[in-house]
Design a protein around this ligand. Structure first.
Ligand code: NAD
Ligand code: UDP
Length: 346
């Protein structure tokens, strides 16, 4: 019997990574996770193992450490890498930009060096819709000109896209997927794995969930004077399990596709802050107190995907709707009020 393909997942203990590791294991892949646990807990991987009935291999290491990376590649042949490892807090990236460029850009560079050294040339990268900046039109297709991201986090994603494009142009062995995520939300339907933000959440849905769970007092709605149907910001929220499945489809597509492919992973539907608030109230049965607050600096009015290229070329389409996103988030939040640190989920 041929051995199962072996996938290296950087940042696999994190939010999107853990859901993707589960999908990979359930699809018959062998998985090694490399994560420095700077924004996660390996408890996520124990839960993944419970759900999958088998464990990923876990190496606690930093992708910037050449020796540690090399040891992972040397130990067992790797078929492809899915690269989630990175820092993602927009506000923090403004305060400590060098940390973001080092972790995200230098980390990716070191990873690519180690891959090439060990003859691994297939890479799926977590990019973001932030590379479109403030889009001229919506829905956003991949052909739309790239914008100017408004912060160092966004610029690090753009730099990495450029780095990987240059690399693939220099050597035809590289096969790279740049996956531009829209707004990942939700959790696995089991309630066992989900998003576990450090401190006060930056993103809308984890914030709403913690207000509903009584950990935070009220939601601040940042701006109700945008040129949108109800004045609040509109985003394309995508269920994290749909997103995870998109990685599997990208891996498959790369087998027969050299060079760089760029795909939006979104639903193609936009929802406002008030839409999200109401949908969460309906799913949780809780009232979410909120107050109107000034716009958050750097925010854009509207952002949603044209996901048709991913459907055409990857055979992938998001299938989980707003209700599933809300119910799954609430199940995760109510069973794990303190995330992976202590919970009633066991
Ligand atoms: P996350 O913080 O939950 O996961 C990232 C993981 O990478 C964490 O487990 C962290 O410990 C690890 N990590 C960070 N730096 C590392 C390093 N130098 N070496 C080894 N491990 C390291 O974040 P997430 O939401 O799962 O995001 C995954 C990827 O997707 C990130 O690259 C992020 O920028 C990108 N992305 C996320 C979103 C989002 O809204 N969640 C949107 C677009 C793109
Ligand atoms: N938002 C808000 N209050 C919050 C967090 C977010 O009103 O506490 C709004 C934000 O202005 C944006 C939307 O919710 O219109 C989504 O914000 P998030 O940070 O989740 O995603 P991003 O802006 O990075 O797409």
């Amino acid at each position: 019997m041929l051995p199962s393909p072996h996938i290296l997942v950087t940042g696999g203990a994190g939010y999107i990574g853990s859901h993707t590791v589960l999908v990979l294991l359930q699809s018959g892949f062998d998985v090694t996770v490399i994560d420095n646990l700077s924004n996660s807990s390996d408890e996520s991987l124990s839960r993944v193992a419970r759900l999958a009935g088998k464990s990923p291999r876990f190496v606690k290491a930093d992708i910037r450490e050449r020796g540690q990376l090399s040891a992972v590649f040397a130990e067992r042949p790797v078929s492809a890498v899915i690269h989630f490892a990175g820092l993602k807090a927009v506000g923090e990236s403004v305060r400590v930009p060098l940390r973001y460029y080092d972790n995200n850009v230098v980390g990716t560079l070191r990873l690519c060096e180690a891959m090439a050294e060990h003859g691994v040339f297939t890479l799926v990268f977590s990019s973001s819709a932030t590379v479109y900046g403030d889009p001229a039109t919506v829905p956003i297709s991949e052909d739309q000109p790239l914008g100017t991201p408004t912060n160092p986090y966004g610029r690090s994603k753009l730099m990495i896209e450029q780095l990987l494009t240059d690399l693939a142009a220099s050597d035809a062995r590289w096969k790279v997927a740049l996956l531009r995520y829209f707004n990942p939300v939700g959790a696995h339907e089991s309630g066992l794995i989900g998003e576990d933000p450090n401190g006060i959440p930056n993103n809308l849905l984890p914030y709403i969930a913690q207000v509903a769970g009584g950990k935070l007092r009220e939601l601040s709605v940042w701006g109700n004077d945008y040129p949108t149907p109800d004045g609040t910001g509109v985003r394309d929220y995508i269920h994290v399990v749909d997103l995870a499945e998109g990685h599997l489809c990208a891996l498959n597509a790369l087998q027969t596709r050299p060079g760089v492919g760029i795909w939006n992973l979104g639903t193609g539907r936009g929802y406002s802050v008030f839409d999200m608030l109401q949908a969460f109230e309906a799913a949780s049965g809780k009232t979410i107190p909120y107050r109107l607050a000034p716009r958050r600096s750097g925010d854009i009015a509207m952002c949603f995907a044209d996901p048709s290229r991913a459907e055409r070329e990857l055979g992938w389409r998001a299938s989980r709707g707003l209700q599933a996103m809300m119910e799954d988030t609430w199940r995760w939040q109510s069973r794990n009020p303190n995330g992976y640190r202590s919970s009633t989920a066991g």
